[in-house]
Design a protein around this ligand. Structure first.
Ligand SMILES: Nc1ncnc2c1ncn2[C@@H]1O[C@H](COP(=O)(O)OP(=O)(O)O)[C@@H](O)[C@H]1O
Ligand SMILES: [Mg+2]
Length: 254
């Protein structure tokens, strides 16, 4: 069974406004201290499918995900999640709205076991189901349930991070560089998992260094260059040689 068959009914049950965008940023500027990193960023993420954000190192991709998840305040502009204005809402309220960030570097609780990581993220009463689903998606986790997460390989930790994200049954999953530092065979597993969630009633916003692979996965794509959007449109359009060269040729080696 693929992750998609399992996600559909659950995600649908928790969805509040299935037709509107999962996310809308309007004129967002944000940064650290007084200098903006993001400048006047406006983008829409549809309620299902995959949206890619690509761009060179330091362009502001992780900063963008922090703004969406509420970890970094905006200097200007607004953030709407599933039609609700959340610009001033703290991160924990946005979690309640179904936003889930899988940060760069995995974001698992290294000192907790695999099972404890999954149980912590699961909704009440859904703990065993969350563990079962994780093992079904990533069988290797089944042999590691009692192992401390921090002692696993990077790939296993990424599988745990993705399973823990799904355990919350989120509406909008933000995934930051899931393939970073992983062996190619594990990168394949991660992309297979992300592909398995396509078409569900859950929106994925994915940042990844493997630009061609993430564009092949995505429906929509945005190019971030030095904190501003240079392209927003169909991922297939950006993947075409001319457009790719124009927006990413000099900047991205992937
Ligand atoms: N915590 C921070 N404090 C100050 N500057 C930061 C911080 N995090 C990132 N930056 C700066 O913001 C810019 C964008 O960084 P980031 O969003 O991490 O880019 P990307 O994820 O696209 O590589 C970079 O110039 C980076 O140095
Ligand atoms: Mg980053």
């Amino acid at each position: 069974m693929t992750p998609s068959t399992r996600m559909t009914s659950k995600a649908a049950a928790s969805a509040g406004s299935p037709d509107g965008p999962a996310l809308q940023l309007t004129g967002v500027s944000a940064g650290y201290g007084t200098t903006p990193v993001l400048r006047d960023v406006s983008l829409t993420v549809p309620p299902g499918g995959v949206t890619a954000v690509v761009g060179p190192n330091g362009a502001g991709k992780s900063t963008l995900l922090k703004v969406i998840s509420g970890l970094l305040p905006v200097m200007a502009g607004s953030v709407e999640i599933a039609g609700a204005e959340v610009t001033r809402e703290p991160a924990e309220r946005r979690v309640d709205r179904g936003v889930c960030l899988v940060p760069e570097g995995r974001g698992v609780y290294r000192g907790l076991t695999v099972r404890e990581n999954l149980v912590m993220q699961a909704r009440r009463g859904q703990e065993d189901a969350a563990v079962g689903r994780a093992v079904e998606m990533f069988p290797v986790l089944g042999t590691r349930l009692s192992q401390q997460a921090g002692t696993m390989s990077g790939g296993e930790q990424q599988m745990l991070a993705l399973s823990a994200a799904v355990a919350r049954e989120p509406r909008l999953i933000l995934v930051d560089e899931p393939s970073l530092g992983l062996a190619p065979v594990v990168v394949d597993v991660v992309f297979e998992f992300l592909a398995g969630m396509r078409g569900d009633d859950v929106a994925l916003l994915v940042v990844d260094q493997y630009v061609h692979r993430v564009l092949a996965l995505a429906d929509q794509a945005h190019v971030l260059l030095r904190g501003a959007l240079a392209f927003s449109g169909p991922a297939a359009e950006l993947a075409e040689a001319d457009a790719f060269e124009r927006y990413l040729g000099e900047e991205v080696v992937a």
